[in-house]
Design a protein around this ligand. Sequence first.
Ligand code: PLP
Length: 494
Amino acid sequence: MNYISTRNAARSVGASQAILQGISEEGGLFVPERLPRLTPEELVALGHMDYIGRAETILSHFLTDFTPAQRTSAIRAAYENNFEGGHPAALKKLPSGRYVLELFRGPTCAFKDMALQLLPGLMAHAADNVGRGGETLILTATSGDTGKAALEGFKNAPGIKIMVFYPAEGVSPMQKLQMATQEGDNVAVCAVRGNFDNTQTGVKAIFTDPVLKATLSARNIFFSSANSINWGRLLPQIVYYFSAYADLLSGGDIQPGEVVNFAVPTGNFGNILAAYYAKGMGLPLGRLICASNQNDVLAEFIATGIYNARRPFHLTLSPSMDILISSNLERLLFHLLKQDDRALSALMDDLKTDGAYQVSDEVLAALQADFFGGSCDDQRTTATIKAIFEREGYLLDPHTAVAMAVTDDYLARTGDTAKTVVVATASPYKFAEAVTEALTGRRETDAFLATEQLAALTGLPVPAPLAGLRSKAVRFTDVVDKADMASAVLRFIE
Ligand SMILES: *Cc1c(COP(=O)(O)O)cnc(C)c1O
């Protein structure tokens, strides 16, 4: 199985190279040149496997330059002990008959753990496979969840150092504390004055800084990235769609071949794209419900075929979806354009120069055949958290609540009767202030007090990784200007 670049389909690399490199030289993203198809018998067999077996089955089709032993050791290290409750992707049935796929039982209480617990193992084997020695330096800009999940994934990984930059004024108190107390002898965390854009452009500048690059090469250190443009972050996410379907089958909730919808709270379009790949591999999925918050650029795109990022940016209660440029949409467009790299590059050029592009009627029809887009503002997010807790006894985080509300819209609009699974991307305790306010109508600004109130109100246990934060020592207090980020990196590798 080879991977080709969305902006130059003639460029083809193996899985190990795609994962190490992250992004192609000309700025394209790596996609599988064709999708493997699972037979109906293979799908039924997944029902009799645990999550590790399911991951081994799916990854064996994609990581063909890895040995089975490499795949198995990475998968076991990721999923055997790091998820509370045993099943990394447990399916819950609500009284109304709707399903919730819980992906937040990992060490940082957000779904990014599903990929970032596995990526370090994949990178280590990939480096062996291509014969690359030396050290890897992972640099990540984060608006909250990615940074912590990457730190937990890569902490103490041999041959790897990781540095995370976050905006000094842009992450929640709980997210900041999660990062500032990070353990591990190969990690560093640094706040950057300004907003997330400032941090993100700072990191991009470091990646292309010739002086820094030369300094690192002289020491045999390579840059890499842990964000969701890396194929190694997308691939692990395909597994849980198969797993959820297998659990529905083995639980007798559906018949073989029965069509199921998934609703996904969407930001960078990585999670929902994994569902699209699962569908392309033969999983009987119906509509993929793409849920946005007030930053509804994707909902508009799916309705009209016009992608328009020239709009006000809103800070919402679901910050991990506050995004106007969904980078993984590039992969979907490449497939919808039937792998026409020149047509895709033209759209991406339009986005860069005009902040917008429009697809043809044909592409729009193909898009709408698989996807439904909808959006939900903060007020409705809050009302949904309260209503679902009162009616169904289930507590949603703000991101998952957006998906639940958009699912209501989809079912009301279409009358679709297929079973629908809402993908739950974060623990409600990770956003305790907002969730507590949704239930009580009162804002408690102290994260720990809000957590206590939420536990008292709901009786739900506080996840151990969040409960434990209170007693952890703060290790990282550096705050730098954007101009000083490169010297912070140099200090770190000294
Ligand atoms: C990252 C994130 C999302 C968005 O996922 P994408 O793959 O970027 O679409 C949604 N919810 C939470 C809690 C997240 O951390």
